[in-house]
Design a binder for this molecule. Structure first.
Ligand SMILES: NC(=O)c1ccc[n+]([C@@H]2O[C@H](COP(=O)([O-])OP(=O)(O)OC[C@H]3O[C@@H](n4cnc5c(N)ncnc54)[C@H](O)[C@@H]3O)[C@@H](O)[C@H]2O)c1
Ligand SMILES: O=C(O)CC[C@@H](O)C(=O)O
Length: 630
């Protein structure tokens, strides 16, 4: 018969993110003149003891003397600790409850604050082993119960010897004293918990390093909701993605690394090998070649709108959904476009430069109001349509042209051809997407069709404008000015020089692809895209994916979810269901959506099932990927 499994968990820096005595010192010494200095001393002593470099009893005595706390500080400490539960413990609260009878808290800390915290997670008070304070008549903490074995060196090991627990014992902790239990032969395995602190001498002794509780649960095949522990999900964020994205993804338990600029193909081919989730902006080219090395890639996020830098088809064929943020920066682009229209119609780019050169040019020549001018918007999508509303409220007479039928907002006028729009309007603003067919969409012929003296703005994608043609029509005075934010070739980082045929031309605003670069937009994006990853991983939902059939799925309840991605060939759904029927598996719910290339089938099944079905589903011809949620 299998032995009962017992899980021994340390408290400070394991169950909670912090060392409680350090926090207690922050509270009790709040108004002390030497607070910083004393807190640092306490922290140093804690670390010495945790590394095993100082006698534990001595360290406890010294720390309590320095802390100078009273019973009422403990109340405050409990509040602080409730906010500082280790993230993976909070995430796996159901494990603590379900396995309460097998969980023990073994700590050199103090019961007075440990018990209220851990019992609120369902852990039994009788399973908490820790020290207790000694107080005086004024309720000041003046020491600790010296007779408690946990107040002494090697206390945890000695306690376990006394307890003589029966079963397989697994010790989880961050300190050397946790390892001592295993060293004394009293635990089957020692798991070094590194979510909050990493101590090299402790890791060196560990049977397993567990960056979070998920890893421990995965190794023990316990009730986690994913077929893969979250801490093994490696995320790489490139191109200065706003720090909120990293915070959200780390909170979810993923391992996140960041890189300030874009990577070139060779570098990315190397780096992507063990990455599960990749986050990029507009500069990183995610090509078929790079994807060939992406053996573990589960999802890709474009932390922007455009996805023309990503081989979407190749991603779909590998079963990798790509998400973007279609709305988060649209307002920023619209505001910049409006600002630039005003600047260009007042001939300000030239005038501002002249002022820097000491030239006073007070004149109304070539300066106009925007009121009553005709604005032509090419591409009436999310940005174009929003621009039309704002521009109209400022007094523009707005026209638009789009490839597809669009609902005209406000009083805008639809043009039936590009030529009609170019010939009608004094201001042309380009907002088409970056599909390959749009290369050189604005070429010699189109600039020639624009009215003499008109102005041109491109905040969409660089390759849609032939810059040599634009240069010609700006230089010969046909156009009165332009504002360009995007270029066919852009520097990968801020350290690279910007080169363009446009440099030095008159009444020309050149900006470094910053249409969507406002703090508001970047923060919005950094919330939006990680949420798509998390939903996809936790539920299988593909809402907002740009290359996958979009399915919004309910949260899984009392079922297993089988997620099957396959090439869209006829009959696969029938084959999946045949297999399920053969194994007498009850289907609780089924969702299917297909795109031209792939089929996405989600099947929620009754929990009791025969494991062989998984192998058979994975083996179905046409399967690209399969995963299961518990
Ligand atoms: N400069 C920046 O920092 C920045 C920021 C955000 C978005 N963008 C870019 O702005 C562009 C527009 O973004 P969006 O969110 O409005 O996209 P969208 O997909 O919502 O709209 C694009 C519109 O262009 C139309 N279109 C495409 N090709 C066309 C053509 N040849 N002729 C006429 N219409 C055409 C489409 O039908 C669609 O309605 C994209 O290229 C995006 O990458 C740039
Ligand atoms: O932030 C970026 O790199 C791209 C911004 C913009 O072009 C977009 O597509 O949203």
């Amino acid at each position: 018969m299998k032995n009962k499994q017992l899980y021994l968990i340390d408290f400070d820096s394991t169950f909670t993110q912090v060392e409680a005595l350090d926090e207690l010192a922050n509270i009790s010494l709040k108004d002390h003149a030497r607070q910083k200095e004393i807190s640092q001393q306490i922290e140093e002593i804690t670390n010495l003891a945790m590394r095993g470099d100082m006698n534990f009893n001595e360290s406890l005595r010294q720390r309590l003397q320095l802390v100078e706390a009273s019973e009422k500080d403990i109340e405050k400490l409990i509040q602080v600790l409730r906010e500082k539960i280790s993230i993976s413990f909070a995430r796996n609260a159901s494990f603590l409850k379900t396995y309460a009878s097998q969980i023990y808290i073994i700590s050199n800390g103090f019961k007075e604050f440990i018990v209220p915290i851990v019992t609120s997670f369902g852990i039994l008070e009788s399973h908490v082993y820790a020290n207790t304070f000694v107080t005086n008549d004024h309720k000041d903490i003046i020491g600790f119960d010296e007779s408690n074995i946990l107040a002494h060196n090697n206390g945890k090991a000695k306690l376990l010897q006394e307890l003589n627990l029966e079963g397989d014992i697994f010790m989880i902790g961050d300190g050397y004293n946790d390892y001592e239990v295993k060293a004394a032969g009293l635990a089957n395995k020692f798991y070094a918990f590194t979510e909050n602190v990493v101590r090299e001498n402790v890791i060196a002794q560990a049977d397993h390093i567990t960056p979070s509780l998920d890893e421990f649960l995965y190794l023990h095949q316990m009730n986690i909701s994913l077929s893969y522990p979250k801490n093994r999900i490696k995320v790489l964020l490139l191109e200065n993605i706003h720090s909120s994205a990293q915070a959200i993804l780390e909170k979810e338990g993923y391992q996140v690394s960041i890189h300030a600029g874009a990577m070139d193909e060779e570098e990315l081919k190397e780096k992507i090998k063990d990455i599960s989730i990749l986050g990029i902006r507009s500069k990183t080219q995610l090509t078929q070649e790079v994807l060939e090395n992406a053996k573990r890639l589960i999802a890709v996020g474009a932390f922007c709108i455009g996805t023309n830098q990503i081989d979407l088809e190749a991603c779909a064929k590998k079963g990798i959904p790509v998400f973007n943020a279609p709305y988060s920066n649209t307002r920023s682009v619209v505001e910049l476009a409006i600002g630039e229209m005003i600047l260009l119609l007042r001939n300000l780019p030239d005038k501002m430069q002249q002022m820097h050169q000491g030239k006073w040019n007070k004149s109304a020549a070539k300066s106009y109001e925007i009121r009553g001018k005709k604005l032509g918007i090419i591409g009436y999508g999310n940005i174009g349509a929003q621009l039309s509303i704002l521009a109209e409220s400022l007094g523009f007479d707005v026209y638009y042209y789009d490839l597809i039928e669009k609902l005209p907002l406000g009083n805008v006028t639809k043009c039936n051809s590009l030529e009609e729009l170019l010939q009608t309007c004094e201001v042309i603003s380009l907002h088409v997407d970056g599909r390959p067919e749009n290369k050189n969409f604005m070429d010699e012929e189109q600039f020639q069709q624009m009215q003499k003296g008109s102005v041109f703005i491109n905040l969409s994608r660089g390759h849609v404008v032939n810059l040599n043609a634009l240069k010609k029509y700006l230089s010969n005075g046909h156009l009165n000015g332009a504002a360009i934010d995007v270029y066919p070739v852009e520097p990968k980082t801020n350290d690279e020089a910007f080169e363009s045929v446009l440099k030095g031309l008159p009444n020309l605003i050149l900006t470094p692809h910053i249409g969507g670069s406002t703090l508001e937009a970047q923060e919005n994006i950094a919330h939006f895209v990680p949420q798509r990853f998390i939903e996809y991983i936790n539920t299988g939902s593909t809402t907002n994916s740009v290359n996958f059939p979009n399915l919004q799925l309910p949260v899984l309840k009392n079922a297993h979810r089988l997620i099957h991605i396959h090439y869209n060939t006829p009959g696969i759904l029938a084959k999946i269901n045949e297999l399920l029927a053969k194994h007498h598996i009850n289907i609780d719910g089924q969702y299917l959506k297909t795109s031209e290339q792939i089929g996405y089938v989600i099947t929620d099944i009754n929990k009791a099932y025969d494991e062989t079905i998984i192998k058979e589903l994975k083996g179905l011809e046409g399967t690209i990927r399969f995963r299961i949620l518990y």
